[in-house]
Design a protein around this ligand. Structure first.
Ligand code: NAD
Length: 294
């Protein structure tokens, strides 16, 4: 397929490389030239603007930080909505506010451009392996057309409902991940403070009911003092803010999410916004004076 791919960060770059590996032709754009060079070395065609990357393509994919970035690339000055031809399918794989997916979908529908919102879960390792979990919103018949492309980047692509449903599902994912990391940080700091080594607690817990993919991925980072992102605190703050806004919009409070959001906000205030979200453990380190680092 002839694909335009915009946004080649931690996630976009390996996802694009997997499309190339599967034989798709990808024209790429990112505001960071170096990111495009790496994709070009893997066979992508560089372009000078998002408009150039999107023009005349059958499918255009964006993988950008948040709602304002997607809105700007699609509908801002020189926005790609004016360059994607009729019949082109636009797939936003960024994690953004579901209401913004709906808003962009409605604007594109007026131009006969179909849109899916298809955020992902799994982080950089699964983006590299092509084993992401992809959650999709939009028309079912459009999902059916794009499913094989999704499966070049992920091991599952689940249809969740109308446009916005992908991002609503992703917010649920981000709540579970944030609360799980916070629970690990709190529990493992307690064990250290009470005199049991956290690596032994990890070995004991991981095979039982408390074990999780999140625990397996993030507790080793806490024990090694490895804060290289992965998934940045700043991006998780964005997701939890989107979750609160969505919850409030449907008349639901999210007390646990709000609490962990405030912990992350404090870490960002301490200058850790660009670090991996496993630095939630530093919140407890500051509170107790105990470090989990072995
Ligand atoms: P990132 O910050 O590493 O990458 C974003 C890329 O977009 C950067 O290369 C940036 O230069 C580019 N960009 C920004 N504005 C642009 C514009 N106007 N035009 C073109 N390029 C532009 O972020 P990431 O970690 O790759 O995350 C991307 C999305 O995926 C986010 O919504 C994030 O929440 C989501 N996500 C990330 C992870 C993860 O583990 N990193 C996991 C799942 C989902």
């Amino acid at each position: 397929m002839n694909i335009g791919f915009i946004g080649l960060g931690i996630m976009g770059k390996p996802m694009c490389k997997n499309l190339l590996k599967a034989g798709h032709r990808c024209t790429v754009y990112d505001i960071m030239d170096a990111a495009m060079d790496e994709a070009a070395a893997a066979g992508a065609i560089k372009s000078k603007s998002a408009a150039e990357a999107a023009g005349g393509k059958e499918l255009v994919i964006t993988m950008l930080p948040n709602s304002p970035h997607v809105r700007q690339v699609v509908m801002g000055e020189n926005g790609i909505m004016n360059y994607m031809g009729e019949g082109c399918i636009f797939v936003d794989m960024s994690s953004i506010a579901p209401l913004v997916s709906k808003e962009i979908g409605a604007v594109l529908a007026d131009k006969n451009i179909e849109m899916l919102d298809a955020p992902v879960s799994g982080g950089e390792p699964k983006a590299i392996d092509g084993t992401l979990s992809i959650m999709v919103g939009g028309k079912k018949e459009i999902y059916d057309k794009v499913k094989d492309v999704f499966l070049c980047m992920g091991s599952s692509a689940v249809y969740c409902g109308e446009i916005g449903a992908g991002n609503t599902t992703k917010l649920a994912n981000q709540i579970v991940v944030a609360l799980n990391i916070a629970a690990c940080a709190e529990a493992f700091t307690l064990s250290k403070k009470a005199g049991v080594e956290p690596d032994l607690v990890f070995a004991a817990l991981r095979g039982g009911l408390a074990g999780s993919v999140v625990m397996d991925a993030k507790v080793p980072m806490m024990l090694q003092g490895n804060d290289k992102p992965g998934f940045k605190i700043d991006l998780h703050i964005k997701d939890l803010n989107n979750a609160l806004e969505t919850g409030h919009g449907v008349g639901m409070g999210l007390p646990l999410t709000a609490h962990v959001l405030e912990m992350m906000q404090q870490l960002a205030g301490d200058g850790l916004g660009g670090k991996d979200h496993s630095v939630l453990v530093k919140y407890y380190e500051k509170m107790t004076g105990e470090s989990l680092k072995l």
